[in-house]
Design a protein around this ligand. Structure first.
Ligand code: HEC
Length: 134
């Protein structure tokens, strides 16, 4: 497990740029489909977080994202054992939110981002921390 983490960090540059947003945006050619999806998810969730913090209604919120494991990643060896079940679990949690958009279900989404990242791609964890609410 530890070895896999180290290898991930070595191979997947997208997993190392934690909060240096500027470097992320400057080179679009290096950006995989999967990384673009992740940024899109991040931005959508930031909006929902803002609404929660401002006591705005979530009842109209519906999330629709591409299936993570169907996206091309920065390195194809990413699609390893572990990614698919976590990606499927993530989709279920998104559906749960769509059926009942609530603060609790928002928190479940963020936990599932974090769970996958801890084992697959620890670099962006610091950025993902910005989505946590109490
Ligand atoms: C099933 C595993 C999984 C889940 C769930 C997941 N991620 Fe990711 N994430 C990855 C992988 C793998 C990459 C690296 C993608 C690449 O480089 O092609 C990544 C990359 C990222 C990046 C860096 C993108 C870039 O600009 O290079 C961010 C930010 C990110 N994820 C945020 C999130 C957020 C926010 C969520 C929850 C809404 C989330 N992730 C859920 C696996 C996951």
């Amino acid at each position: 497990m530890r070895l896999f983490l180290i290898l991930s960090v070595l191979f997947f540059s997208a997993c190392i740029n934690n909060n240096e947003d500027s470097t992320i945006i400057t080179d679009p050619n290096d950006t995989s489909e999967m990384a673009l999806l992740m940024r899109d998810m991040f931005e959508r969730l930031e909006v929902i977080k803002y609404k929660i913090e401002n006591n705005e209604s979530l009842s109209e919120e519906q999330l629709s994202f591409a299936i993570i494991h169907s996206q091309e990643a920065t390195d194809s060896s990413f699609i390893k054992e572990g990614l698919v079940p976590m990606s499927e679990g993530y989709s279920r949690i998104i559906n749960q939110f769509n059926n009942y958009p609530s603060k609790e279900n928002y928190k479940s989404i963020v936990n599932s981002c974090i769970n996958c990242h801890i084992s697959m791609c620890p670099g962006p964890l610091e950025r993902i921390d910005n989505l946590i609410i109490d």
